[in-house]
Structure formats: structure tokens, C-alpha cells
Write a protein that binds this ligand. Structure first.
Ligand SMILES: Cc1cc2nc3c(=O)[nH]c(=O)nc-3n(C[C@H](O)[C@H](O)[C@H](O)COP(=O)(O)OP(=O)(O)OC[C@H]3O[C@@H](n4cnc5c(N)ncnc54)[C@H](O)[C@@H]3O)c2cc1C
Length: 449
């Protein structure tokens, strides 16, 4: 076994999974995170006496990497699946949108429009090679398959809800990946949707994962923001502002612009490539509500005036006993962190969330709200522009002992835990093929043998 020392910067899923893989191959791993606890976007918080994820998370049947990880840390039997519904809010009305029957009774499209919509979903899921659609604009693709009327009525409002005014610059690969992911919850075509969650939420997952990692010898430095990572005489120095860690190598798992901000020795070209994509963040209101807000897990919103991306009711999926008997509802708004939609105060977002919920569920009122909070993350995903996936940088940087392994490496997939684990696996495999990345590892292995 080698005694290679590696610092993993970032203790989100990408960092924790990197630590797991490296520790299992014998590295001495230290995970550093700016927050006082691990988990990044999956970190839980407390709302109205309930501990649950600050951003909603589900596991799909097709999330094999997540399911393997849960099995490895002993949580496979806490994963529960349930059939759930999807709603569609369109021009002031709420429609069920879970089954083929729902599609065919949807009054806003002609029979031909419905058939073309179904064909679009099937083509996105099964047709063609994803790489080819990387170079096609999302609206061109959707117009070709669904027709201009359905694009105007359905797709464009949905795209605007997720990507704002920039949506037309997205690639067709983005919508195909989104459709594929949603279809991953279905048992085929438009049949029953099933979503899964781990009893106890991501709090349970992170507790078990951290315990497992500590058991493998992984160390954690939490509540310390990394200020700089640089090479000094072939050693990697991780500066924490006051303290320093020294290691053989470092893996940076932060969003690409954040990696550039802490790694000044990257070449100008690397800096340009890693900062070329504008990141979207999310401001997400959580409302704990003393009223049943229907049985749909997701309400997709295709209504120009609606200020949120959608409505997610966690209580449609999770046993209400785990949520204090309440409905836990999330209203996310994705936007670049320097845009107004992201920068509104918590008070404004909460007031708009309550007003928006009342539009969709007229019986709901502010007196039903037991607790309300807003979670924000400034760097969630890079804008899925045309051709982005074709110009991803290698994981290994020019510094050779410092690698960037983050979720921006996702190609043809929307952001999710399972595919994040998948890209970490891919990137670590790529690094292990590289003799320079391995060289120290081997030398150390000999030295300690
Ligand atoms: C609203 C929302 C809903 C989602 N729903 C789902 C879902 O239903 N199912 C699913 O599978 N996935 C879902 N996801 C995606 C999932 O959360 C992500 O795929 C995953 O958490 C990404 O992990 P990461 O490690 O790449 O990034 P992050 O979680 O962002 O981790 C980055 C870490 O780096 C740390 N950091 C940043 N800067 C520094 C620094 N300078 N020094 C030290 N540490 C630093 C941060 O504190 C953070 O812990 C959702 C995400 C969001 C936002």
C-alpha cells in the first residue's frame, strides 16, 4: 500500500466520493471544507424543528452510483421508493401530468401536438447520439420534434423557468439530459413515476458516509476556507488563512471559477477555460406548511409570470411522520448569483413564495406556514451552452500534482448526485492513467514499503 498524501478541497459529494476512492487505494486523505459540516449542496438544516435537506433531493431507480454508495455505507435498506405524481401549472391552471392519459387529456395541445410531444420525449430518451446534439440549439431541436406551437406553449416557459433569458443559448443536449433524467423515474414511457429517498434524508447519508471515511483513516478539516493551493518544490501547499497543509497532491472539487480563484499558478489558458462558463446559483425557499398541498412531488411551471422554477412537495414522497406531519415545500429559483432573482432578500423571497403557492393552491394561506427559510448556493451548475461538453479541460492541470475534479465535468447529464459520482470515477481513472500523477505515489509506495 502507498502512503500517498492527498488533500481533497471541498467536502460535497464530489469531495467525499474522491476521498472514499483514494482512501480505499491506500492514500492518506484529508478533506477540507469551508463549512462546519460536510455535504455541500446536500447538507441538511433545521426548519421548524425538522432536520431535512436544505435543497430537495430524491434518488431515482436509475441512480446506480448513488445506490452503490448507499450499499457500501450500509444504508441500502433505508432507501425507500414510492410512486409519486407530477403536476403541470400552465397559464393559471394546474394539470396532472404523470401518465399517458394525463398527456392525452391535456387540453392545451392538439392531438398532433400531443403525439409530437410524446415523440420528443421518446427521441430524447432513446434516439440518437448525445454528442451530436451538443452542437444543436435547444429551441431548434424542440421545434423540429415538438413543433413551434408546443415550444411556445410548453417548452420555452419551462426553459425560461430553469435558465432565464439565456435559455436560447443552451444546447439540445441539455434538454435531452433533463428529459432522460426525469424518465429515469419512470418504468417505461409515460408509465408510473417512482422516486426514492433515504429515511432521515441526506443527514443520515452524510453521517454514515463521514463515519465510513473516518474508519478508512480520512481526516477532516472543517470550517476552514481554502485560500490558496500552490506547488512549492514539488509539494502541494494548501493555505487555509493562518494554517497550512502540505501534501503530495490535491484534488479540487469546487465549481471551476472557485478553483481558479484559489489556484494562482494555473496557466492563463487554464484560467480562461475554467472561467468561460457562467455559473447558475439557486435561491430556494423552504416552507413548512400545516396543510396538504396535493400529492404531486413536482409541479412544473410553464407560466411566464411565475417567479420560481417549480414547486417541490417533499411530503408527497417522504413519510410525513419524518417531517413532523407537515408538508415541506421548496420553491427554487435558479439564476446567476449576480442577477436580481438571486439577490432578493429572504423576506422578499418568502413573501413571493407564499403568494405563488396561493396562486397554485387557492385554499392555502400565509397562516398555514409553520416555518420559512431561504437557502442559497452561488455556484450550482455551469450554463449548458452549445458545445460546452465538447471543450471540457482534462482533470490533470499543468501543475501535475493538482487536479480539478468537479461536477462541471458532467456531459449529457443534468446535475445530480449519481452522475457526479460517475464523473469523479471517470476523472480519477483518467488521473491514474497518468504516470506523472502516479509517479510520486509509486515512489512513496517504495519508500514506505
Ligand atoms: C436545488 C437542488 C436540488 C437538487 N436535487 C437533487 C436531486 O433530487 N437528486 C440528486 O441526485 N441531486 C440533486 N441535486 C444535485 C446535488 O446536490 C449535486 O449533484 C451534488 O451535491 C454536487 O456535489 P459537489 O460536491 O459537486 O458540489 P457541492 O455540494 O457544491 O460541494 C462543494 C463544497 O466545496 C466547499 N467549498 C467551496 N469553496 C471552498 C473553499 N474555498 N475552501 C473549502 N471548501 C470550499 C463548499 O462548502 C461545498 O461543501 C440538487 C441540487 C440542488 C441545488
Amino acid at each position: 500500500m502507498s502512503a500517498h498524501s492527498t488533500v481533497v478541497v471541498g467536502g460535497g459529494i464530489a469531495g467525499l466520493y474522491t476521498a472514499l476512492r483514494l482512501a480505499k487505494q491506500g492514500d492518506r486523505v484529508t478533506v477540507v471544507d469551508a463549512e462546519p459540516s460536510v455535504g455541500g449542496l446536500t447538507r441538511p438544516w433545521e426548519i421548524g424543528g425538522i432536520t431535512w435537506d436544505r435543497f430537495y433531493h430524491v434518488v431515482l431507480g436509475s441512480d446506480y452510483e448513488t445506490r452503490n454508495l448507499l450499499a457500501e455505507i450500509g444504508l441500502a435498506d433505508r432507501l425507500q421508493f414510492k410512486a409519486v405524481k407530477t403536476n403541470f401549472y400552465h397559464e393559471g391552471r394546474l394539470y396532472p401530468f404523470s401518465s399517458m392519459l394525463d398527456l392525452f387529456t391535456f387540453p392545451e395541445l392538439s392531438i398532433l401536438g400531443k403525439l409530437r410531444l410524446a415523440a420528443t420525449v421518446l427521441h430524447a430518451r432513446y434516439g440518437g447520439n448525445d454528442a451530436a446534439y451538443e452542437w444543436e440549439g435547444v429551441l431548434e431541436y424542440l421545434t423540429r420534434w415538438s413543433g413551434a406551437g408546443t415550444v411556445d406553449r410548453i417548452w420555452r416557459p419551462l426553459l425560461r423557468a430553469k435558465l432565464g433569458d439565456h435559455h436560447a443559448m443552451a444546447s439540445a443536449a441539455f434538454i435531452r439530459a433533463t428529459i432522460k433524467r426525469l424518465q429515469g423515474a419512470r418504468r417505461g414511457g409515460f408509465r408510473e413515476e417512482r422516486y426514492g429517498y433515504v429515511s432521515g434524508g441526506y443527514a443520515a447519508v452524510l453521517t454514515a458516509l463521514e463515519r465510513h471515511l473516518r474508519g478508512l483513516g480520512v481526516e477532516f478539516v472543517l470550517g476552514h476556507r481554502v485560500k490558496q493551493v500552490f506547488l512549492n518544490d514539488d509539494r502541494v501547499i494548501v493555505a487555509l488563512g493562518g494554517a497550512e497543509l502540505t501534501a503530495d497532491r490535491a484534488v479540487l472539487t469546487l465549481a471551476s471559477p472557485l478553483c481558479v480563484a484559489i489556484c494562482p499558478q494555473l496557466t492563463p489558458k487554464e484560467q480562461r477555460v475554467l472561467t468561460q462558463d457562467r455559473y447558475f446559483g439557486v435561491a430556494c425557499t423552504s416552507l413548512l406548511v400545516n396543510r396538504r398541498l396535493g400529492n404531486a412531488y413536482v409541479t412544473n411551471v410553464a407560466d411566464g409570470g411565475f417567479p420560481f422554477t417549480g414547486i417541490i412537495n417533499m411530503s408527497a414522497l417522504v413519510d410525513r411522520a419524518e417531517l413532523g406531519g407537515y408538508d415541506l415545500v421548496y420553491l427554487p429559483k435558479y439564476a446567476p448569483a449576480d442577477e436580481k432573482a438571486f439577490m432578493q432578500s429572504d423576506e422578499v423571497l418568502i413573501a413571493r413564495s407564499i403568494e405563488s403557492l396561493r396562486r397554485v393552491f387557492p385554499a392555502f394561506s400565509s397562516s398555514d406556514v409553520v416555518a420559512a427559510k431561504v437557502a442559497r448556493a452561488s455556484h450550482v451548475f455551469p450554463f449548458p451552452r452549445i458545445g460546452r461538453a465538447a471543450s471540457l479541460p482534462p482533470a490533470m492541470t499543468s501543475l501535475r500534482r493538482i487536479a480539478v475534479v468537479n461536477s462541471a465535468r458532467l456531459r449529457y447529464a443534468t446535475l445530480n448526485v449519481s452522475d457526479t459520482i460517475g464523473v469523479v470515477d471517470e476523472a480519477l481513472d483518467e488521473l491514474e492513467q497518468n504516470p506523472v500523477w502516479r509517479s510520486r505515489h509509486e515512489a512513496r509506495g517504495r519508500a514506505f514499503a
